[in-house]
Write a protein that binds this ligand. Structure first.
Ligand code: ZN
Length: 283
């Protein structure tokens, strides 16, 4: 499933493809995605010029020139594929390892300049929304902070969490607190911060939060930096995994030696999800 770094990579890949382009024609397939297509979706997109692309949590946010915003969520297997006028190019907008599945193109946009943008989604858990720009903030009202937002401080996280008795790992994965810290990144960040994933959130000092927030930001930034190339390779290596896993220090490495101390990495289940950690380094 695409996580924050993959969606950020998609946004960065789509930005040069879409920004400033006018959508000249829209074809919507016969099947609904996770939700029905927005009413008059094709009509409302046709003729619009794309002003800017951004990301909020795992949504691609596409601002149009009539104060509408098009939100795209990739679900499990959604991907955008851009075709330039001169041939196919893939602007880092792939996530899934398999080749684009024929028969699963659900949306196709013609762009000024001759390019084309296709949305392909085998499992159709993705979805699209179209709303007034003024309604965007309300649509995201339940979401927590963006971990890479420079305005986010360790003090803010400490204040929100210092009475929580839950373990720190599910706390940092709670999207109402912090968006985009998925299961892989939670294990990796806690390892980097040398914090035991089972420690209660209320045991975290402000100094601990400083270390942990920096670790979360480092892990996500590295994944985004690797995203452009590894996600492209990802589609070529094998059916399940790509170069991405080369970055993992502990995730999915149970029994392998800790990179710091050689103690075998342990695996434990927390709130139904696998956690990987070093019992020696993480306290
Ligand atoms: Zn260790």
């Amino acid at each position: 499933m695409p996580e924050l770094p993959e969606v950020e990579t998609v946004v960065r890949g789509l930005r040069p493809v879409l920004t400033g382009k006018t959508i000249t024609a829209v074809r919507v397939g016969p099947k609904a995605l996770r939700f029905p297509w927005p009413e008059s979706f094709a009509d409302r997109l046709t003729g619009r010029r794309v002003q800017a692309l951004s990301r909020r949590a795992k949504s691609v946010v596409i601002a149009l020139d009539d104060d509408q915003v098009w939100l795209a969520h990739l679900g499990m297997t959604g991907r955008f594929v851009a075709e330039a006028a001169g041939g196919v190019h893939q602007p880092g907008a792939f996530y899934d390892a398999s080749p684009r599945q024929p028969g699963h193109d659900h949306l196709s946009l013609d762009l000024s300049g001759g390019g084309r943008l296709i949305y392909n989604d085998v499992r159709r858990f993705g979805y699209m929304k179209l709303m007034a720009a003024a309604d965007l903030e309300a649509a995201f009202a339940t979401l927590g902070a963006e971990p890479l937002d420079p305005a986010l401080t360790p003090e803010a996280l400490y204040d929100l969490c210092h009475r929580k008795t839950m373990a720190i790992k599910p706390v940092i994965m709670d999207q109402r607190l912090l968006v985009g810290v998925g299961n892989i990144y939670a294990s990796e960040a806690l390892f980097l911060a040398r914090i035991d994933p089972s420690r209660s959130a209320q045991s975290m000092s402000l100094a601990d939060w400083r270390v942990l927030l920096a670790a979360i930001q480092q892990v996500l930034s590295q994944a985004i930096a690797a995203g452009g190339s590894t996600l492209r390779d990802y589609a070529q290596i094998d059916g399940q995994r790509g170069g991405y896993q080369a970055h993992f220090q502990v995730y999915d490495r149970a029994g392998e030696p800790c990179p710091h101390c050689q103690t075998p990495i342990q695996k434990r289940t927390q709130t139904g999800r696998s956690t990987f950690y070093c019992a020696t380094c993480q306290t």
